[in-house]
Write a protein that binds this ligand. Sequence first.
Ligand code: SF4
Ligand code: SF4
Length: 72
Amino acid sequence: MGDKPAVRRLIVAIDRTACKGCTRCLGVRACPTGALEDTRRGQPPRFHAERCQGCLECVAACPIGGLRPAEV
Ligand code: SF4
Ligand code: SF4
């Protein structure tokens, strides 16, 4: 059996310097899978890559470009 080809998966990356912790990318407001979890007010969300489906709703919801598409 040969090696399986590497499968690339689309997720997002958080710019932790730019993020203002406004929470617009969280929960029902944007992320449908709970991949972005609120932490403390004013802090970047915690990202759970295993829950991310690459829909990029959070990228559209962020007013300052704090999230960008990324591949793993
Ligand atoms: S890309 Fe979609 S599933 Fe992934 S964190 Fe953003 S809103 Fe959630
Ligand atoms: S919407 Fe943007 S600035 Fe607000 S918490 Fe999410 S990543 Fe940070």
